[in-house]
Design a protein around this ligand. Sequence first.
Ligand code: ADP
Ligand code: MG
Length: 720
Amino acid sequence: MLHKAEQLLRTVYGYPTFRQGQEDIISDILHRQDTVGIMPTGGGKSICYQIPALVLPGTTIVISPLISLMKDQVDALHSLGVAATYINSSLSQTETEERLRLAGNGEYKLLYVAPERLDSPRFQSLPYRVQVPLIAIDEAHCLSQWGHDFRPSYLSIVPFLRQIPDRPVVAAFTATATEEVTHDIVRLLGMSRPSLHITGFNRENLSLSVLRGVNKTEYVLNHIHHHPEQAGIVYASTRKEVDELCGLLERKGVAAGKYHAGMSDEERKASQEAFLYDEIKVMVATNAFGMGIDKSNVRYVIHYNMPKNMEAYYQEAGRAGRDGEPGECVLLFSPQDIQTQKFLIEQSVSDTERKSNDYKKLQTMIDYCYTQQCLRSYILAYFGEETASTSCDNCSSCKDEGEWTDITLEASKIFSCIWRMKERFGVTLVAQVLKGSRNKRVTQFGLDRLPTYGIMNQMTEKAISDLIHKLIAERYLAMSEGQYPVVRLLPKAAEVLKGKEKVMHKVRPAPRAVQEAGPLFERLRGLRKQLADQEGVPPYIIFSDSTLHDMARRLPRNEEEMLQVKGVGDAKFLKYGKPFLHAIGELVEGRDTSAAEDYEAGPVWRSEQAAAELKRTKSGSGGKGSHLISYEMFIQGRTVEEVAEERGMGLITIQDHIIRCAKEGLELDWSLIIPESYEGQIIEAAQELGADRLKPLKEALPDEVDYFAIKAALVKHELI
Ligand code: ADP
Ligand code: MG
């Protein structure tokens, strides 16, 4: 029989040899043995049940979760000359009846159905009319509550299997199953002594990288610019981000499309097809896109945000290079992604056990983003695969040319601080104590009296918390689960404190985003200079370089788009929006500049807050470097009120000065401005409502959170 299988591989599919695992799985199925096949995305699972279906008499039922996927598979089978069909909710009643009738006559070798269909009595009677030798369950991890993509409809498979006469062979397939999930699959399907095939998870042709602290938009644009002919997917966490990024790419002339659950079925279908047929090169999507998409020439998958867990990540990243040619998988990480994922867990999961499981999975994902180990070994170890080598030479850790440096001293300071804080607080507070912050919570708990208070004050708070995260990833420290996790010490840290072990760390120069200064940027810069001279202020007071870069990249056409540019708020827009919109309009060929004209009539106050801010900014921004003076007074220990009083300026002006300095990269003790207990809430609100307008945020937050705190939090988390 195996000989027959080989022959079919060659004649029907045109492939000379089986891939790893395929032959064994097919052989077991043909020997009537229940089988679980765990193979990476693109590993070739379909053939594992399609070939047995062709060899065995009767009709094989394939259970598959996605309607679009079924159609693709059936179309592919038709092109190979195989009699196959599908039944799902996209069909009319008459079509369904007709296909069921033909199926009852044994006209098909393969019948694809959605799990919901198994509840229908009409369908349940099918195995009485036609021989069903094999039931294949694709994406079988959907059965398990512990998997990353549980679908309750999959549970319909269980009673369906029970009532079938002459129980067929059951074969389940998935790309991602931890031990727990595999166990669930076997148990729920009532498999008797199943054979388990786990082929290597390693995909050698994929290069893996994690980039921390890069300008994400710039990175994506740059990548596409250098690979204009390649097909790629950019995954982002939210629909809003997908919309924005796709819009930006389109304006830049990139053939891009998008896909998320907020679009209509037709829109999604059109977009998916355009991508499959290479009409668009870049697909910007949420995780709604892709399960089972068999586009083999995807050359890169960029994650614009960290996904919720390793299973999701590897499955999505694995969509690159299915054809075996090199594929690039890049994860762009920023600490704010952690907040987003926690927010999503809090919003969507209510069951406590499930929640804790989700938090655990999230932590492993975070660790992946911080680890200095070989990324490939990390992934393989996560999926329970032993690796002979701890270096793959094809991931950002292995290729990192940074120098290994002894950081035992810094690590020891962190460990002893955690110890003295009795392992009861989170990363932020530990970093604040080490930094010597005067945050209320620090003093409230008397943490400023600890001997470790301020012992790392030469580093920024962000650098300290980054280091703590790395130590978590390297298992010196552990983080408890939940929304507000605390850090505690692991045995490895004790060894370091006892002086028995050293901590080594790769130090590399901070990655610098590549900024191309094109003609538009130059023109905007000229305009900025002109305005600056008129007002007698330094140019960066008007807009920073990065704002001009962002403007040159986004090419805003109207107020709304201009307000999305980083560094353009309501007040700035009122003052400078018009001339900049004009300049862009003039430079971009054929662009209608009438939107800019609307502001000719004079300022339209967008909100009282903006108006108040503007008035004060005007009176306060006269002198050169005025904001620096305020900033210095503030960091020397004066309160905002005191600075305002001494300088004879408004409170909001001084606050703006401080924020501006922070935006320009000067160091700031954020805890003096942002009440720690509200920081998470501010960021969550910004994620939900957007960071472009402050007023809705102010309204959504408790009264005691002032505009200053909101702005500061947004700057700290690089949301504006
Ligand atoms: P999976 O479902 O495991 O993600 P698919 O079944 O969609 O993967 O297969 C991925 C790609 O690999 C398809 O284009 C398929 O035709 C191809 N493929 C499968 N088996 C072989 C083989 N033995 N030789 C060459 N190509 C194969
Ligand atoms: Mg598949």
